[in-house]
Design a protein around this ligand. Structure first.
Ligand code: UDP
Length: 335
């Protein structure tokens, strides 16, 4: 509550009806902030927005955005809205440059026009492309290997330039592999046709799919399958609250941080965890590599740990899987 009182207005969360955004809304409400959610509901769900937040059904580039910001007394924006499917960004790049880069440009313009002083941006480890080293640090080269990564990197560049020219500071958070669900069962990954490994594995566990394809067994990793840094969505949400508090406390500084746990698990290790948690043996179909997948992507998270009071609370693969599974069962009951 004390932290919430420090911001002299509301927080706007764009994409607050989506997976990560809805968890950020919960974390902000739990910390005592007042909220307005803007979501087009194209991929999000109105039911995913906690009723304590005001939901405005609108695209972020809507000409009415500045009016909504002013009307609600918004003093910080957390921008989650956007398109997130990497292979789709390859086949339809202009969709990504519109929904991610151009929409973000429009939102930043609305923020500047209305004098919003703080902006938090959902960035991604995809900005690194194939990382120069693992774990990868914020200062390492950013050479995306797909339009999704470029669309986000271009948004980071806009924020850098705008923060130099206007009274606005920002936090760009580069997410690694987000998974799991709210431990209290209030939200989770609900996207139809999801492509992410843990989501697919828990769908298989409850019988929504026959098994799981393992994309590539010949990577230069300990067991040949791809290694990723899986982070619990509630820890990621908590990082946003901590980031906001830093932006408010130090209004002239901006930051870019990796948000991950700093350790990687292979596809096989993830599927072992799913088998352990479910007491099942989910079928694994060993297949070829998926286009554009780096062998390993793990966060060097020393910068965020040094700068913010944020500490992982659910840093355990079985916990992530168990929370994802519990949500998948709820979704199945809902259907
Ligand atoms: N993966 C897999 N089978 C799937 C989905 C993903 O083997 O059905 C692998 C993928 O090749 C990568 C890891 O799991 O090594 C994580 O992929 P995901 O799509 O979850 O996230 P990404 O790292 O691509 O953002």
């Amino acid at each position: 509550m004390i932290e919430g009182a420090r911001l002299d207005g509301k927080v706007m969360v764009t994409g607050g009806a989506g997976y990560i955004g809805s968890h950020a809304v919960l974390a902000l409400l739990d910390a005592g902030y007042q909220m307005v959610v803007v979501d087009s509901l194209v991929t999000g769900f109105a039911w995913a927005v906690d009723p304590r937040a005001t939901l405005v059904e609108m695209a972020v580039e809507d000409p009415q955005m500045a009016g909504v910001i002013a009307e609600h007394g918004v003093r910080a924006i957390m921008h989650f809205a956007g398109s997130v499917v990497v292979p789709e960004s390859v086949s339809d790049p202009l969709k990504y440059y519109r929904n991610n880069t151009a929409a973000t440009r429009s939102l930043i313009e609305s923020a500047v026009a209305t004098g919003v002083p703080h902006f938090i941006f959902s960035s991604t480890a995809a900005t690194y492309g194939t990382p120069a080293r693992v774990p990868v640090a914020e200062g390492d080269p950013t050479v995306p290997i797909n339009p999704y990564g470029w669309s986000k990197l271009m948004s980071e560049a806009m924020l850098r330039d705008v923060a130099a020219a206007h009274p606005l500071n920002y936090g760009a958070l580069r997410y690694f592999n987000v998974a799991g669900a709210d431990p209290q069962g209030r939200s989770g990954q609900s996207t139809v046709g999801a492509t992410h490994l843990i989501k697919i594995a828990v769908e298989a566990a409850i019988g929504k799919r026959g098994g799981v394809g393992v994309f590539g067994t010949d990577f230069d990793t300990p067991d040949g399958t791809g290694v990723r840094d899986y982070i619990h969505v509630s820890d990621l949400a908590a990082a946003h609250v901590a980031m906001l508090e830093k932006l408010v406390a130090e209004p002239t500084a901006s930051h870019t941080y990796n948000v991950g746990y700093g350790r990687g698990f292979s596809v096989n290790q993830v599927l072992d965890a799913v088998d352990r948690v479910t007491n099942l043996t989910i079928e694994r179909r060993y297949e070829g590599r998926r286009a554009g997948d780096p062998a390993a992507l793990v966060a060097d998270n020393r910068a965020i740990l040094a700068a913010l009071p944020w500490r992982p609370g659910r840093d355990d693969l079985d916990t992530i899987v168990a929370d994802a599974l519990a949500w998948e069962r709820r979704l199945a009951e809902r259907a």
